[in-house]
Design a protein around this ligand. Structure first.
Ligand code: NAD
Length: 435
């Protein structure tokens, strides 16, 4: 269902009217396309505190040249060396003069350090960056995003910095992402086709977000397996054919789903993308077990079962990636979605617990995307008033597109993202829900 308000505000009369009435004025977001692979403008690299990061070579490789006297498309503030509250004055001093001149659809990226459990002054100063980042994200406007990355090693964060400083992260804002020190080494990386030679299985890929994920992973070079229920055969085959992949018609809740996937992939699997999901909304007082059980089965239990089966069978190759799908409803809760909220919160628990073990034992990272309001058939079915609220109640004042979740998945699936593990990254335009 098209966002008519967004189209209307892009017209002259629409802009005039919405400004006069004080209504939200969503900016048209600049997204990645082959003709527009990078941000439109230069990069400004600022520092607060004494940083030990060797950022310059990594930033130079992003392909964004230094900002001249014109507007910066990207501002990177390295505040990882801020260890005292007094040092936060440098954060203000660095960004206050430049924030007004960040280009439309620009990026502000704050870099911080992990909180030091042995130093509550450092922890206070670094945690302060989180509130700062999320607040700036809510006020910057004009389609720009603001995110915080906590890191200790610049090269390990290269794929993350490239993603957040590109049009691929158009709908990711107000996020705090931790990047570890190492991860599995995976050089050399072809940054244009990073997934070449890799096999990706995407569940629920016959349409919606899953279809976009399959398409984006194929763009990045992966051979895709489009998994969906037998009833969606036509769509699943259409997507698979278009992407030069294969369709696997299977209900993911089947007890032997893991075994059947392993059987279909004798050469193993590199990227396991748990995207299939359903809603059966109703307030708890009116919710019979028939609406509760399938949601927990599709969205959570089958994810646990297939993950366990594929790890145990050794189907997931070393250097592999698991990306599960949570939701902001699993973080903030949502009226009418006790079943769905429970299932998606369960995904967050699964990711946090399994990630360190899966990396240590199998060399596989485990992360989740948590979409906010994304324009798909699932959200088109939401009643009009709630749909409009979902679209506008975020810092970018619009819904996201399936491709926004897909690009985030592709970053987590990237061979250079081995140091990104156990993260739950919201793709929600900094939704007010769960923010
Ligand atoms: P969608 O309904 O458009 O597509 C879901 C796909 O999953 C369909 O092709 C469906 O056939 C498939 N599927 C359902 N049950 C299955 C099963 N048992 N086995 C195999 N495949 C099955 O949904 P979408 O909007 O594209 O959502 C994709 C994922 O993103 C879901 O996990 C959803 O919960 C999550 N999500 C979506 C939004 C949003 O705004 N659209 C927000 C938050 C989270």
């Amino acid at each position: 269902m098209a966002d008519r308000y967004l189209s209307f505000t892009a017209t002259g009369p629409g802009r005039f009217l919405t400004r006069r009435l004080g209504l939200p004025q969503p900016a048209a977001l600049a997204r990645w396309s082959p003709g527009r692979p990078a941000l439109d403008g230069g990069l400004l690299h600022l520092t607060a505190g004494r940083s030990g990061l060797d950022l310059a070579p990594v930033l130079a490789r992003t392909g964004i040249g230094p900002a001249g006297s014109d507007r910066a498309a990207a501002v990177v503030l390295d505040a990882s060396g801020v260890r005292e509250v007094e040092g936060l004055a440098e954060v203000h001093a660095a960004l206050h003069p430049v924030v007004r001149s960040v280009a439309a659809s620009g990026r502000v990226l704050v870099l911080g350090a992990p909180l030091d459990p042995a130093d509550h002054h450092q922890a206070a100063a670094q945690q302060a960056l989180e509130g700062f980042t999320r607040s700036l994200g809510k006020e910057i406007g004009r389609g720009s995003t603001v995110n915080l990355v906590r890191l200790t090693d610049a090269p390990a964060a290269e794929s993350t910095l490239r993603f957040l400083l590109s049009p691929k992260s158009a709908y990711v804002s107000g996020q705090v992402i931790e990047v570890g020190a190492g991860g599995e080494p995976s050089t050399p990386v072809d940054w244009d086709r990073p997934l070449a030679g890799r096999t990706a299985l995407v569940t629920g890929a016959a349409r919606g977000i899953g279809e976009a994920v399959a398409e984006t992973l194929a763009r990045d070079g992966a051979r895709v397996v489009v998994l969906d229920v037998p009833q969606a055969e036509q769509d699943a085959r259409r997507v698979a054919d278009r992407l030069g992949g294969t369709a696997l018609l299977l209900d993911i809740t089947a007890a032997d789903a893991g075994a059947r996937i392993a059987e279909a992939l004798p050469d193993g699997l590199d990227l396991l993308i748990h995207n299939a999901g359903i809603t059966r909304d109703r307030r708890l007082v009116n919710m019979p077990a028939e609406r509760w059980i399938p949601v927990l089965e599709v969205n959570l239990a089958s994810v646990l079962r297939t993950t366990d089966a594929l790890l145990k069978a050794g189907t997931l190759n070393r250097g592999g990636r698991i990306v599960a799908t949570a939701s902001i409803a699993g973080i903030a809760g949502n009226a009418g979605q006790t079943n769905y909220g429970a299932s998606k919160a369960g995904i967050v628990g699964l990711v946090r617990s399994l990630a360190p073990r899966a990396l240590a034992e199998h060399g596989v990272t485990v992360n989740a995307v948590a979409p906010g309001f994304i324009e798909t058939k699932m959200t088109a079915a939401v009643p009009l008033f709630i749909r409009e609220a979902g679209r506008r109640m975020n810092s970018l004042a619009q819904g996201g597109l399936p491709v926004d979740v897909a690009e985030t998945t592709a970053w987590l699936a990237h061979p250079a993202s081995g140091a990104v593990n156990g993260q739950v990254v919201r793709v929600c335009g900094q939704s007010l829900l769960g923010a």
